[in-house]
Write a protein that binds this ligand. Structure first.
Ligand code: HEC
Ligand code: HEC
Length: 435
């Protein structure tokens, strides 16, 4: 994994590997002798991108409540909306819970006297997931064990949150193919949107409209699990700021609120550019993220897989998991331009029903609305990582569990899947796993 797209020039390969190094090597607390890699925190969730996106893929899921997940973020908001329609952050904790701090006290955790070194302020909280299980029974009597996470916050570092705070879990998706998704022309996505379900098929599909801090304008959202980021570049810069605490020209502020004065007063890793990552290195990281290749399909011609492909269409999976798109033209990314791609997503928001509703709105997305997860590479996720988590909060351990959780606009499709006989269900799953 994290292989570059096959058709890169030598100069582009060099940029790819520079970006890969930035995504892989841990960032450190400022100040250090070199400017290039300091600026972690003061509050952060991980030291590198690939600590969550394992090998550029999905994040590791946990099973025990005692083992806090690294790759599952908690997004916070209080009721209402900001000036650009964005969710309103919790006044002290902000819009994302950071579970680590560069304070020596945090690094020395549990050593006697560590609290004396609380120089940058404590971590915001420890995130624990308590898994509950339930059983789904198919019409033919077959059963699937399902599990769902309940959030448990321990060691809140800055006192109680506002009582009406909403918390949403976000499990790290794969970074592969992000550049190809970026190059899909917006009108091709919008052509599939049907916000008022005019064709009355029970499936709407909406475009999120989000704030782009670079363009200083509202734009269609495409990345993130609620399509709440307008571009790969803004998504990467948001990850730098929110997940690592590294500032850039796009997000110049540290992840500290006014209620966190020690965090605000901590030394920064700013270089001559006035940001913790320079424009050149940000470009390399974006280039890397955009250019991670998607895996090739396995055994597409196998008879079971072919049967599954037909069933996938028949039961209506393809109504949201759009198999094919074409990419447009981008002179900076000739290797991604003019390609036929198979992401199996319409990149639109769909209401997935109450079981997947996290009660937290994001721009125009309701709590129950999620962007159709691209299915390319999903079959190899298990091979890359034993404890993989599918769906927005990582609850599904297998493709089958993920399907069974579908509700809302996908209820009918889920019912049709459930009504298939067992060999047909297995064929459909084999097809998804071949993607
Ligand atoms: C603490 C774990 C964590 C770290 C560290 C992290 N990410 Fe992510 N990443 C996530 C989660 C969770 C999401 C989904 C966020 C959402 O939907 O709100 C995500 C989403 C993304 C996406 C969007 C993918 C898509 O299909 O829309 C990209 C691209 C990405 N991250 C790149 C990066 C880069 C580059 C870095 C390093 C600068 C990074 N991430 C660091 C957890 C992490
Ligand atoms: C109404 C639109 C819709 C239909 C129909 C639909 N899906 Fe989905 N699918 C989604 C959305 C949205 C998500 C993401 C939900 C989440 O993250 O909680 C998703 C997630 C998934 C995932 C998890 C992927 C991942 O990376 O987490 C799988 C697997 C999947 N769908 C397969 C299917 C199959 C197979 C069918 C047909 C039986 C189907 N879907 C029908 C919208 C749909």
């Amino acid at each position: 994994m994290t292989q570059p797209a096959a058709n890169l020039t030598a100069e582009q390969r060099a940029r790819f590997y520079a970006g890969k190094a930035l995504a892989t090597q841990p960032w450190v607390r400022a100040p250090t002798l070199t400017d290039a890699r300091d600026g972690l925190g003061p509050l952060y969730n991980a030291r590198s991108c690939l600590e969550c996106h394992i090998k550029g893929g999905r994040g590791e899921s946990t099973t025990s409540v005692e083992r806090p997940p690294v790759a599952t973020l908690v997004r916070l908001s209080v009721p209402g909306r900001g000036a650009h329609g964005e969710p309103r952050p919790e006044p002290v904790y902000g819009a994302q819970l950071q579970t680590r701090s560069t304070s020596l006290s945090h690094q020395l955790r549990d050593r006697p006297g560590a609290a004396r070194y609380d120089d940058h302020g404590p971590a915001e909280a420890a995130v624990h997931l308590r898994w509950t299980s339930q059983t789904f029974t198919y019409p033919d009597g077959a059963r699937v064990e399902l599990r769902a996470p309940a959030l448990e916050l321990r060691r809140l570092g800055y006192g109680d949150m506002q009582p009406e705070t909403r918390a949403g879990l976000r499990h790290a998706p794969s970074m592969a193919g992000v550049g190809l998704l970026e190059l899909i022309p917006q009108e091709d996505i919008e052509r599939r949107a049907d916000p008022d379900d005019r064709d009355a098929d029970g499936i709407s599909g909406r475009v999120n409209i989000v704030w782009d801090p670079e363009a200083e304008a509202l734009r269609p959202g495409r990345f993130g699990l609620k399509a709440n980021q307008p571009s790969a570049r803004v998504q990467v810069a948001a990850a730098l700021a929110g997940d690592l605490g590294v500032t850039s020209s796009v997000f110049p502020d540290q992840p500290c609120t006014e209620g966190q004065p020690r965090c605000q007063a901590a030394p920064t890793g700013e270089d001559a550019s006035g940001h913790e990552i320079s424009e050149e290195l940000l470009d390399a990281l974006v280039f890397f993220t955009m250019s991670i290749a998607v895996v090739e399909r396995r055994a597409p011609e196998h008879p079971t897989v072919r049967e599954g492909a037909a069933l996938f269409e028949l039961v209506g999976c393809a109504d949201c998991h759009t198999p094919r798109f074409g990419t447009g033209d981008d002179p900076d990314y000739p290797h991604l331009s003019h390609q036929t791609i198979w992401p199996y997503s319409d990149l639109l928001l769909h209401d997935m029903g109450p079981a997947l509703d996290d009660g937290r709105e994001d721009h125009r997305a309701s709590g129950a609305e999620w962007r159709t997860a691209p299915l390319w590479g999903v079959g190899l996720a298990r091979a890359m990582l034993e404890s993989v988590g599918l769906l927005h909060d990582g609850r599904a351990r297998t493709v089958e569990e993920a399907i069974v959780w579908h509700g809302g606009e996908a209820s009918e499709s889920r019912e049709r899947f459930a009504a298939l006989d067992a060999p047909q269900r297995r064929a459909l799953i084999s097809f998804v796993r071949s993607l």
